[in-house]
Ligand binder design. Structure first.
Ligand SMILES: Nc1ncnc2c1ncn2[C@@H]1O[C@H](COP(=O)(O)OP(=O)(O)OP(=O)(O)O)[C@@H](O)[C@H]1O
Length: 506
């Protein structure tokens, strides 16, 4: 998935909206028009649009499945649901209920869990997997551990390798789908939920589900990790419309503030002058730093209500999505290049170590020819102690870990590049095919023209021959004509002379 995959979803009208006019006119599976009461139209295009009749499974297949598959291969991914309160974010994420078994109502989260376990169970014995689950919510600008409510102010730190870490968050090792759903269900029960006019069970917090997939390859003695983050954002809302007051109003203000901070980050990332991205302006943007500014594969689902009365909220949600669509790999390249440089640095360090090792082996081999084995061993150890020569490179050490991490980043960028290449190759293939056809046509035309040319050449030669003959005839005719003229003048002058002579004789 290049850059950010942005989709829009319109939920069906709910009972209290029955009979209400709709604000959406479908174009195709990627674009639609939003219309207000005055028939003013706003065209939008996304990677995919899920209309009112779309299935939960369709959303999962398009938006989440590729990211989940990649997480198993140690590529980080983030899925975010965004939108107005009551627009269907939680329904999309969790389903009607996290334990829901009805396939029509089952949300992204249980499907993600299913797919993760299916993927790791079908990979054979080449690798051992561990899946850990963490769940936090950002409520009133505090990060709370939903799996251990005593941790109600978790700190966010940035690791050396730019990864965002939640310090001390509970991580539960889950070994099967049932266990995962059980913990998810108890975490969800701990979420801050309140009733607003718009939504009976409105999420008053941003909820973040983190599934970490650790893959241990025994043969290669390597461990790699893929982090899958699902974010169910709290809904943006207009206080006057939701009828919020008191605590609910305070919650709404905090939610709107953090969503504005998210909007500012998106604006900074898409403005092209991203010297400073205000990730630190809110807990939400800080946690999403990885997903938006880093190397994670990210999918954003803009949830909207289809009713005309929600037009302005839907418009602002969709504008947010349209803006996010412009977050390009370029703003995330800095990180990738840094990782690439780091990788090169480590690789060249290892290269030097290998050369030194080779030198050590050669020296010790020479010494072995002259000295006994024990003395050579002692000298070898002395070399290492003195720092003259190094010990063998162990790829499973710290660098191995960094390399694994870098590898996942590199795989992601290579994958992205490969996808682009495949697309370009397909396009070029099409162009090539067309050019070949044009070439064939031109060849036929050229041959026709050459043939015509030959014919014209022959015609020309014939004409030249005729012209020459005509010229020769003309010259002959000219000569005859001058003889005749001269003869005529001779005869005429002779006659005149004879007439004069005759006349004079009288
Ligand atoms: N695709 C859908 N199909 C059927 N019902 C839906 C769909 N999407 C949402 N709903 C229903 O709409 C209502 C509001 O949805 P939901 O709670 O998911 O909204 P939300 O965006 O999470 O709101 P908030 O931000 O307030 O938490 C719920 O009753 C939900 O069951």
């Amino acid at each position: 998935m290049a850059n950010i995959c942005v989709c829009a979803r319109f939920r069906p009208a709910i009972s209290k909206e029955d009979g209400e006019a709709l604000c959406i006119a479908r174009s195709d599976s990627r674009s639609f028009t939003l219309e207000d009461e005055k028939d003013e139209q706003h065209m939008f295009s996304f990677d995919k649009v899920f209309y009112e009749d779309s299935e939960q499974a369709d959303v999962y297949e398009f938006l989440a499945r590729p990211i989940v598959r990649d997480a198993v291969e140690a590529i980080n991914g983030t899925i975010i649901t965004y939108g107005q309160t009551g627009a269907g974010k939680t329904y999309t994420m969790e389903g009607a209920n996290i334990m829901e078994t009805d396939n029509h109502k089952k949300g992204l989260l249980p499907r993600v869990v299913d797919e993760l376990f299916e993927a790791i169970n079908s990979c054979g014995e080449t690798a051992a997997y561990k899946i850990n689950l963490s769940m936090v919510e950002i409520y009133m600008e505090k990060v709370r551990d939903l799996l251990d409510l005593s941790k109600d102010n978790i700190q966010i730190k940035e690791h050396k390798g730019h990864a965002i870490v939640l310090c001390g968050v509970t991580e539960i090792l889950i070994s099967n789908v049932e266990e995962a759903l059980k913990f998810l269900s108890s975490g969800i029960a701990n979420r801050a939920v309140g009733e607003t006019q718009m939504n009976k069970a409105s999420s008053r917090s941003h909820c973040i589900y983190i599934l970490t997939v650790q893959k241990e390859m025994e043969k290669e003695k390597r461990v790699s990790t893929g982090k899958l983050v699902l974010v169910d954002l709290a809904g943006s809302e207009k206080a006057e419309k939701t009828g919020a007051e008191g605590r609910v109003l305070e919650e709404a203000k905090t939610i709107n503030k953090s969503l504005s901070a998210l909007g500012n980050v998106i604006n900074a990332l898409t403005s092209g002058k991203a010297n400073h991205i205000p990730f630190r302006d809110s807990k939400l943007t800080r946690i999403l730093q990885d997903a938006l500014g880093g190397s994670s594969q990210t999918a954003l689902l803009c949830c909207c209500s289809p009713g005309l009365c929600h037009f302005s909220e839907s418009l602002s949600t969709l504008r947010f999505g349209a803006r996010a669509k412009h977050i390009k790999a370029s703003s995330r390249i800095g990180w990738k290049e840094e990782m690439h440089d780091k990788k090169q640095e480590i690789l060249s360090e290892n290269d030097v170590k290998l050369k030194v090792l080779d030198l050590r082996e050669r020296i010790l081999k020479k010494l072995r020819e002259k000295l006994d084995a024990e003395t050579v061993k002692l000298i070898g150890e002395e070399f290492v102690v003195d720092g003259l020569l190094c010990e063998e490179v162990d790829s499973s050490h710290e660098e191995g870990g960094i390399l694994c991490h870098i590898k996942s980043e590199t795989i992601a960028s290579w994958k992205e590049a490969t996808n682009k290449l495949v697309k370009t190759i397909a396009e070029l293939g099409g162009e090539n095919h067309m050019l070949k056809k044009v070439y064939e046509l031109m060849k036929v035309e050229y041959e026709k023209m050459m043939h015509e040319n030959e014919r014209m050449k022959m015609e020309y030669e014939k004409m030249m021959h005729v012209t020459k003959r005509l010229q020769a005839n003309l010259r002959k005719t000219d000569a005859r004509y001058s003889v005749l003229v001269r003869g005529f003048w001779f005869l005429a002058s002779t006659c005149i002379f004879l007439i004069l002579a005759y006349w004079l004789s009288f």
